[in-house]
Design a protein around this ligand. Sequence first.
Ligand SMILES: Cc1cc2nc3c(=O)[nH]c(=O)nc-3n(C[C@H](O)[C@H](O)[C@H](O)COP(=O)(O)OP(=O)(O)OC[C@H]3O[C@@H](n4cnc5c(N)ncnc54)[C@H](O)[C@@H]3O)c2cc1C
Length: 385
Amino acid sequence: MRSVVVGAGIAGLVLAVELRRRGGDVTVVESRYPGAGNSTRNVGRVRRMQLTADLTEISCRASDLWARLDERTGGRNPLLYPTRYVWVLYGEDERAVVEPLQPMWDRYGARTRVVGSAAVLDAVPVLAGGDRPVGGVIGEAAIVHHDAAVYALYLRARETGVRFAVGDEVTHVDVTDGRAAGVVTASGRTIRGDVVVNAAGGRSGELARASGVAVPNAPIRREVLVTEPSRPFMTPAVTFYRPQEGWFNQTLRGELVAGVVDVDEPTGMTEESSLRFLGRTARVVLTKAPRLAELRVVRQWAGVYDTTPDKRPLVGEHDALPGFFALNGWSGRGILLAPLCAELLARQIAGHGRDSVLAGFDPNRFSGAETVAAVPGDYYSGYAH
Ligand SMILES: Cc1cc2nc3c(=O)[nH]c(=O)nc-3n(C[C@H](O)[C@H](O)[C@H](O)COP(=O)(O)OP(=O)(O)OC[C@H]3O[C@@H](n4cnc5c(N)ncnc54)[C@H](O)[C@@H]3O)c2cc1C
């Protein structure tokens, strides 16, 4: 079986390694360089708890895979830092949403519990003096060093015989007799394959549509800032549950990384960071943790969330074009979910059937909706109810 994988981010690289491990002939086409996209523009959070049963089940499985990802990298260390994840709650209505989830989290082994405000302040002392939390959710998590993980997978793919065509952009899928038969690139090459997998990250919706397949995913910018290092003052990854998706954590080097989402961010492929983001993030973070005011921001960057209307990925074969597979639409969860989904998709492509956890990620579930409106409201409430 010859496979062409478009995109050398975490999704395309794990898929390539897994297809090759099953004896496939694999070519990865990457328009820039491996890891140029969101797989090195994220903050590497891998958490077990989610707000719905289906996402919690797959997140627990995905977290377990991350803990042994070195089995997929030829023993190279992806530098996974085990820690805790804290959703900080500021309203009783927020607590009312999460408290009933405890039995579901216990059922799937999310290793998560709802706690009171004292436990939150104990876990994240730097919140003292800011807006007073009413409680929180604390769960097991990890932070991935994304450069190490991407590079380990790239080296593994190369040493196992995956071919790379780097610096060439796929313009569309080549269709023969109603099936995907390879890809056509901007340099005029046609690269043949029995299967084409779209792992093009924020540009995967554009590639599918250019190939005649109507999909609803679209990129939405997300930004990150980093401060100068300071002495260690916290270990968990923190997210303010609502109303604005703000979050921060301290890296092992002592830098604070933080970001606050603009709920009105328009869709569009941009990797330019903005001054508005800096102001917005500083305002929200200092309201919650005033003591952080002494840290100086030294850099910031942007990537995109490849976003679907229901914030669930697209993983599987397109009905409209047999042989063309989606491995995208991560909606902000690709570091967590892509390795597991890529592994399961490789098994499916190799003829071993579809794993039940992929049923909700069927790429045909939107029946041809062409565009996504900007995501209304905050990220979490979008899928909480
Ligand atoms: C600020 C930010 C923070 C995030 N934090 C987290 C987090 O904490 N946890 C988490 O789970 N996820 C997080 N994410 C999401 C995560 O980074 C992505 O979901 C994940 O990296 C997607 O990987 P990918 O391989 O699908 O895409 P990418 O890494 O974007 O790779 C796609 C590749 O395809 C290439 N490409 C695109 N079009 C073409 C073409 N036509 N031809 C050839 N090559 C092409 C691109 O150059 C790119 O290298 C975050 C994202 C951002 C932006």
